[in-house]
Design a protein around this ligand. Structure first.
Ligand SMILES: C[S@@+](CC[C@H](N)C(=O)[O-])C[C@H]1O[C@@H](n2cnc3c(N)ncnc32)[C@H](O)[C@@H]1O
Length: 309
């Protein structure tokens, strides 16, 4: 069977990963067990020790990965680690295949750590046409271009994706707004009481879509919108956002991820709450007839009799 992607030269980016055929949204592109990992906060000594612990052929494979500038062998081992490692829970791991994916601030694929499988995964977050580079984001999306440039300079490159190039002006306006909305939402998360309409959360969902950020960040924005609508008392709208969150979660992490279980449980909890509320609304009709919905007998003093007013 033809592999779903190949590794080949990418203009200005060294090697990169290219689709060999159309990859539908949600497709698992790669799942890989780390070659080695180190606990964070890491030291250079820990990286060198972990490197010396793998087999000679694994070391040779590791040393073929991209390095920026390195004079000695030890410096090269550290340099490769810093340029290619991904965060995997509380550790940082080297996955030689995942290390070949280049960056875009508007990625078409999503990287994740699946602790249940002990593997990293890469899923398509959009439909990726044949012969297209598969790109992951190395950075959080809620940053304007200048902030992203500074972070990405640590990897020794200047990004030329649509958000950094031709569409930079419009993108920066949206990203600046995202930074603001994100800060507002973080603040509101600590608020437990019933609140106002979750305007910031809903706007963040809209702007992320406009910016074509459709992965994990959009899933989280839908989650926050669901929480906001529930606090406001519109559980029906909360259910809609939680359903979108679950859909995105499955796309980004795969159906076997524990994050999907958590998200599904949240949706089920909201659906149960909605069903209960619908029942409370319909019960008064039965009460008017003097019959309990559940037992068929005359009900005890109903706490929701207010609905009859
Ligand atoms: C994890 S490696 C990715 C694979 C690498 N291109 C290779 O040849 O193995 C990270 C390095 O790839 C290059 N790179 C990744 N994304 C890039 C981009 N959008 N533009 C230019 N270079 C990029 C940078 O040199 C970066 O340090």
């Amino acid at each position: 069977m033809t592999p779903i992607y190949t590794v080949s030269p990418s203009p200005e980016k060294g090697l990169g990963c290219f689709s060999t055929k159309l990859i539908p949204t949600g497709t698992l592109i790669l799942s890989e067990t780390p070659l080695f990992n180190v606990r964070e906060p890491r030291t250079n000594a820990a990286v060198l020790a972990a490197f010396l612990n793998i087999t000679k052929s694994e070391q040779e494979n590791y040393l073929t990965l991209y390095a920026q500038t390195a004079t000695t062998r030890d410096a090269k081992v550290i340099d490769i680690f810093n340029s290619n490692a991904w965060q995997t829970g509380s550790r940082t791991s080297i996955c030689p295949q995942a290390a070949r994916f280049n960056h875009s601030c508007v990625p078409n694929a999503s990287f994740a750590w699946n602790s249940r499988l002990g593997k990293v995964t890469v899923h398509a977050v959009t439909a990726i046409p044949a012969n297209t580079e598969i790109l992951l984001s190395y950075e959080r999306p809620y940053q304007v271009g200048s902030a992203r440039r500074e972070k990405l300079s640590a990897y020794g490159f200047v990004c030329s994706c649509v958000a950094c190039g031709s569409g930079a002006e419009a993108s920066d306006i949206r990203r600046a707004r995202m930074v603001l909305l994100d800060a507002r939402i973080r603040c509101q998360r600590r608020q437990l009481w019933r609140s106002a309409i979750p305007k910031a959360e809903v706007e963040l969902v809209r702007i992320l879509k406009e910016e074509a950020i459709v992965g994990e960040a959009l899933g989280l924005a839908h989650h926050d919108a669901a929480v906001g609508w529930r606090k406001y008392g519109r559980v029906d709208l909360a259910v809609r956002h939680a359903a979108k969150e679950l859909e995105i979660c499955i796309i980004c992490f795969g159906p076997d991820s524990s994050s999907v279980d958590t998200t599904r449980a949240f949706l089920l909890e909201l659906k149960a709450q909605l069903a209960k509320e619908s029942l409370l609304v319909s019960e008064p009709v039965l009460l008017a007839e003097g019959v309990s919905h559940s037992t068929g007998r005359r009900p005890p003093r109903p706490i929701w009799a207010v609905y009859r007013a």
